[in-house]
Design a protein around this ligand. Structure first.
Ligand SMILES: [Zn+2]
Length: 313
């Protein structure tokens, strides 16, 4: 039975992989940016999504949905090139969800912890960002990419393999300078030795933590994105992702300051740190980088393409 499920899962994944190409693809979209100049009908307006919003399923065009996503996911004060990079990432993410059948009763939902945030309070800047990137997506090996994004990296993004366990060629660790003004760039959590030990023991009841906390800590291994891969505490191994969840930390880019009085955990960045950094995109846009350069930096090896609906035969 398990094998059967695995077979169907693999089949679904294979199908999802090639589903970019019910559409016609243009490989050099940057030279024909904008719907009015190209004279082609809008891709985003020609696609109707079923969006799960609370208890309801709302039908809306991809264009309307994306404007709501960009309005919710990125401050409207961000530079236009950052908003355009966000629009392309959100479009790619949406089409990938739809093709992969993430939800059975709709294409995407408006829960930010599941798909993407969405709001009815639309920003004019988000409208412009979506319209000016109509149909533009990111691909790798003729498939839509997993265009993950997050708030800020703390100076360097994380590789997908360090967070989710599978290596993804276009989701590697890259430097992401200029994010210092992000509201969650640096945070600290202070815990007494007793509170720290109790939290760890809730995960590993057999763990014995006595005496000075300075002696509890052993070897620490780091990821390529400056995160904690594995840390030894009380002789047991804890993954950085495990500790982030356990202590409600902002990121896996964490450092420990340990004294007899307590443990201070400092984090840099906010989110899983894999893919596009929104505050990094802002910093790049402020350095006169356009949205294609921003996307090629954060999703290295991915290609930027433009989709069109196939003409009726
Ligand atoms: Zn969802």
């Amino acid at each position: 039975m398990k094998r059967q499920i695995l077979f169907y899962l693999c089949l679904c994944c294979l199908c999802a992989g090639i589903l970019v190409f019910p559409y016609r693809v243009e490989r050099e979209p940057a030279v024909r940016e904008g719907t009015s100049e190209s004279g082609e009908p809008s891709f985003d307006e020609g696609l109707v999504l079923e969006v799960l919003h609370g208890e309801k399923v709302e039908k809306m065009t991809l264009s309307s949905y994306l404007v709501g996503v960009v309005s919710a996911e990125m401050p409207h004060s961000f530079p236009m090139e950052a908003l355009k990079a966000q629009a392309v990432a959100a479009r790619t993410f949406t089409l990938k969800c739809r093709a992969g059948g993430k939800h059975t009763d709709g294409d995407v939902c408006t829960d930010s912890s599941c798909c993407q945030a969405w709001t009815e309070e639309l920003s004019p800047h988000a409208v412009e960002a979506v319209l000016s990137t109509d149909g533009i997506v990111l691909t790798y090996g003729e498939e839509l990419i997993d265009a993950t994004y997050f708030s800020c990296s703390g100076g360097r993004t994380e590789a997908a393999v360090a967070v989710w366990g599978s290596d993804v060629p276009y989701l590697q660790a890259v430097d992401s300078p200029g994010e210092e003004e992000a509201p969650r760039f640096r945070e600290t959590v202070e815990l007494s030795p007793e509170a720290f030990a109790a939290r760890l023991q809730s995960l590993r009841p057999e763990l014995s933590l006595r005496g000075s906390p300075i002696k509890w800590f052993g070897e620490i291994r780091y990821t390529v994105g400056n995160g904690i891969d594995v840390v030894q505490i009380g002789g047991a191994e804890f993954k950085g992702t495990e500790l982030r969840k356990l202590f409600g930390l902002r990121s896996t880019n964490m450092r420990f300051c340990v004294t007899d009085e307590g443990i201070t955990v400092s984090t840099l960045g906010y989110g899983h740190r894999v893919g596009l950094s929104q505050y990094g995109a802002k910093a790049m846009a402020e350095q006169e980088q356009d949205y294609t350069r921003i996307l090629c930096h954060y999703y290295q090896k991915a290609e930027i393409k433009r989709l069109f609906h196939q003409e009726e035969a």
